[in-house]
Design a protein around this ligand. Sequence first.
Ligand SMILES: [Zn+2]
Length: 347
Amino acid sequence: MDTKLQEKYSRQILFAPLGLEGQERLLHSSAVLVGCGALGTAVANLLVRAGVGRLRIIDRDFVEPSNLQRQTLFEESDARDALPKAVAAERRLRAANSGVSVEGIVADLTPRNAEEMLTGFPLILDGTDNFETRFVVNDAALKLNVPWIYAAAVASYGLTMTVLPGESACLACLVEAGGARGTPAAPGMEETCDTVGVLNSIVGVIASIEAAEALKLLSGRPGALHGRLISCDVWSGRFQSIRVARDPHCRACGRREFTYLEGDAQPQITMCGRDSVQIHERRRALDLAELGRRLAPAVSGVRCNDFLLRFAVPPYEMTVFADGRAVIKGTRDAGVARSLYARYIGA
Ligand SMILES: [Zn+2]
């Protein structure tokens, strides 16, 4: 490491458990982050500033004004321009630390593409907001034999646990009673940020613990991992840390049945947020500018950038991505969403 880098990371190198050797390892390490919302932006910011060598960021959403309260990498201009989060995060992180290779990917992590997108990284970080995707990540991490760090926050409460394949409990050990694929729900996590809100302070706590665990793994200090399920509530002030035993009959880490990864394909249509429906990509490439021109006479408020096309068909608003995926705001009805998609984008 040259003297400039030694000076840049001096406050971390001075931290004895890490030292010069740990920093050196970190600079040559990499990680992949799934989801770049509140937890994702916070953990990405910490790791890029700490000097992780390479970070891939996968996110399907675009920046909205209601994100800015807690998604600390984004600014008002990102929301005005409706930039995809993966793109906005990549720009901001490169400006924060040009020495790190940051790669933003605008995509929805699905059972179909998970292995391809996660392969090649020694660590997977959870920045998702739903259990369906977390179980895909859990399955993929166990199958690829790669550690991943589970993290979640809602309201004033959050929790995190590091999963080491073959050593620690996995997410299925924690929440799938009896190993059956039921409706997974960890205590207190049935609610979402769209229904009960979330404080930015709990996001900071959980993301910081997640980033510290990542630092230990990527600098070659696995002996320092906390080895527990840590939960806390910044409103009540209650902190808890418990050991989670491995379930010897666990569907995922015991029997290696990766039902989320290999099972039913993800439904074409899912709810996202309080009044939005997402139609998943159909593996089609759209020319957004051309589509925008074609739609302009029939719809209102057409806006287009390199990544997405947005327009209004009151009372609905449609956002279409280049891969054919679309988010329809203003309805919870899959039928309405499907018919709007067919009418304006094509069947
Ligand atoms: Zn398990």
